[in-house]
Design a binder for this molecule. Structure first.
Ligand code: SF4
Length: 651
């Protein structure tokens, strides 16, 4: 990424960061609990009064040797040399026979040294246009006043943790009383005694997981089902519908909510939500909610379970602002994945050798705020959404000349809301190509319009599912356990009974990233018959930055939460869709590397694109959301951020 581009992104990011934090500011006091130290240090927002010196003291206390390297260097390059020498020594130290640091802590030391060496590497400074080392050196040399408005607390927190890690004081594994006792009892014992001791510990852990799970209501819980019945009645009354209309998907499509008015009458909205919807409507920004999906929202804001549901469809102000500002060039500006450059023929996108995407229908039953294709969807239920007969035929014919493509993803928009017959014809055409062994249908209808799964639709789709010859699969997108309802379960079960698999692609956002929140979603999905497939890190699209979660959190979730659950509850893979370059598996350490920490505390990652498998394209520099800002937002939402303290050590 060019330096200028990097800078522009930094500037616009800090504007939207402010708005996300602003929401939190109204709700929290000026302090949040510090998550690093056992003694009390005030972790105060930079906007409030910050005792910068206290943070700096902590920084230097975290690793006095690093402090000396920085303080004693009269030139930046001297500091760099001194640090490299120190890091080499520190690394050698942990391999000494008489070094009795715990082997797990040693592993963290190695990780932290690797990260720190990368951050102080001149090539990374050159590529990012920022030198974290320069800031640290100046701070150590007493230039605090010069930097007080430049370097954030988030930046310092990153280095406090990194320095502690390098010094072997990360203390990730030895915080709990149990761990501090040393070798666990069950390892000292044998047989039944060992098993009983182990069971005690596992019961405790299991109880903790259950405690977290309880925080996240599922739509299958009796209370939730009851109050949603009331929602349904209110909605039917509002539109003059009958009870029987509720199961008719065409009734829902006819009454899709396109502006603020029905919402104002049917649920309580915050002022911000009200204003944003009105503005979106005025500026013709795609907006729509099915009556069914509206019934999943809590009538009163105070209930608070429906945050993920609301966030899915009610646009935040900065989204409306950015989308309004780019009405004419939206198709280019928001095409984050560069689909313009991977479309060999209209309606087809191809990035990989064996897979291609067919987009026959360019609209949806409702509009998701953080849709990857928000650049090409003009309006909800757009009457002009269907591909013309001629262009669709050409697109389908195109596959005949590209016989390595065995897996075709039919998506859009949402092909699930096409009429039965046109959809059947597309499936029939694809099934007629002997090289196509899988047809995936990407649709959110199980989540936003489950009544669409009529017997006739299931029959049509199952006609083309021929085990041993061709698989048809449904790929959908549940975000939260609260979206899992009896209606959704019924739709999924109908599909499964026809022998067709249903898979989920979750997007990891601020709305489902709390401790065990996504783990609960996966478990609930499995219970209704959906297999978790991908967990996507939010793309760095400016208009949806409010939803973003640091990469470190997705990796922490994988290790500290998902890993505790049965394998079938975590069949998904965490991925980052690198802009214009395809999927990057976040668990593959060789595919990403931390290269810099910017002054606002955001990490810059070098992501190696999928493309490196076929040609030597350069890596992509990605600026993440600062961990500190993310923790602030969690605190604003009532989380105890001590729960997340190890996040800093996921690089
Ligand atoms: S259903 Fe899919 S294509 Fe349609 S708006 Fe939502 S994410 Fe985008």
């Amino acid at each position: 990424m060019k330096k200028k581009e990097l800078k522009n992104r930094k500037d616009s990011r800090s504007a939207s960061k402010t708005s996300r934090a602003a929401a939190g500011r109204q709700r929290i006091q000026s302090k949040i609990i510090d998550d690093v130290f056992t003694d009390a240090v005030e972790m105060v927002k930079p906007r409030f009064e910050v005792d910068f010196s206290a943070y700096l003291d902590r920084l230097w206390e975290a690793n006095p040797e690093i402090y000396n390297c920085l303080k004693n260097a009269s030139k930046l390059e001297e500091a760099r040399d001194a640090l490299y020498s120190y890091l080499e020594r520190a690394e050698r130290e942990i391999f000494k026979i008489d070094n009795d640091l715990h082997i797990l802590e040693k592993a963290t030391v190695r990780e932290c040294i690797r990260a720190f060496k990368s951050i102080i590497g001149p090539v990374n400074e050159y590529r990012t246009g920022v030198s974290a080392l320069d800031f640290l050196w100046k701070l150590a040399r007493g230039k605090r006043k010069e930097l007080i408005n430049v370097v954030s607390v988030g930046f310092i927190m990153e280095f406090i943790n990194l320095f502690r890690g390098v010094a072997g004081k990360a203390n990730i594994y030895f915080e709990s009383k149990e761990a501090r006792k040393g070798i666990p009892d069950f390892l000292r014992l044998e047989g039944l005694e060992a098993s009983e001791k182990r069971t005690e510990i596992l019961d405790d852990m299991g109880a903790t997981i259950q405690k977290y799970f309880k925080k996240y209501a599922s739509g299958l819980e009796p209370d939730v089902i009851d109050w949603r019945k009331e929602n349904r009645e209110r909605i039917l009354n509002y539109f003059g519908g009958k009870e029987s209309d509720w199961n008719d998907y065409l009734w829902h499509l006819k009454h899709v909510i396109r502006d603020a008015e029905p919402l104002l009458s049917l649920i309580e909205l915050t002022t911000e939500q009200r204003e944003a919807i009105k503005k979106a409507h005025k500026n013709r920004i795609p907006f729509g909610i099915t009556p069914y999906y509206l019934s999943l929202m809590d009538f009163n804001l105070s209930v608070g379970y429906d945050h993920a549901v609301r966030a899915q469809v009610i646009p935040p102000p900065e989204y409306v602002e950015l989308m309004s500002g780019h009405r004419r060039d939206r198709g280019i500006i928001f095409d984050f994945m560069g689909e313009h450059d991977t479309s060999p023929i209209e309606h087809v996108t191809r990035r990989y050798p064996c897979i291609a995407i067919l987009k026959p229908f360019n609209t949806c039953a409702q509009i998701c705020v953080y849709c990857q294709r928000n650049w090409e969807i003009d309006e909800v239920l757009d009457p002009k959404a269907a591909a013309s007969k001629k262009s669709l035929e050409e697109a389908l014919d195109w596959f005949d000349n590209h016989r390595s493509i065995g897996d075709v993803l039919v998506t859009g928009g949402d092909p699930g809301i096409m009429q039965d017959e046109p959809l059947r014809r597309i499936l029939e055409e694809l099934a007629g190509k002997d090289h196509v062994y899988r047809i995936r249908i990407g649709t959110r209808t199980p989540v936003v319009l489950p009544m669409r799964w009529t017997d006739s639709l299931v029959k049509i789709i199952s006609e083309f599912h021929e085990p041993g010859r061709r698989e048809v699969a449904i790929v959908t997108h549940f975000e939260h356990s609260y979206e899992i309802t009896p209606e959704a379960m019924l739709a999924v079960q109908k599909i499964r009974k026809a022998g067709i698999g249903v898979y989920n692609q979750e997007v990891f956002t601020i709305e489902n990233s709390r401790r065990f929140e996504s783990a609960k979603l996966r478990r609930d999905l499995r219970l209704i018959g959906v297999d978790p497939y991908y967990t996507f890190n939010m793309k760095g699209k400016e208009e949806t930055r409010r939803y973003m979660v640091p990469i470190a959190r997705i990796m922490q979730e994988r290790k500290e939460e998902a890993r505790l659950l049965p394998g079938l509850d975590r069949t998904d893979e965490p991925v980052f869709n690198v802009p214009k370059l395809g999927k990057n598996h976040l668990r593959a350490w060789q595919d990403h590397r931390l290269v810099m920490i910017l002054q606002d505390g955001s990490r810059v990652y070098e992501l190696h694109p999928w493309e490196k498998n076929i040609k030597p394209v350069p890596p992509y520099n990605y600026i993440d959301v600062p961990i500190y800002d993310y923790l602030e937002e969690l605190a604003a939402r009532g989380e105890n951020i001590r729960d997340y303290r190890t996040i800093w050590f996921y690089y």
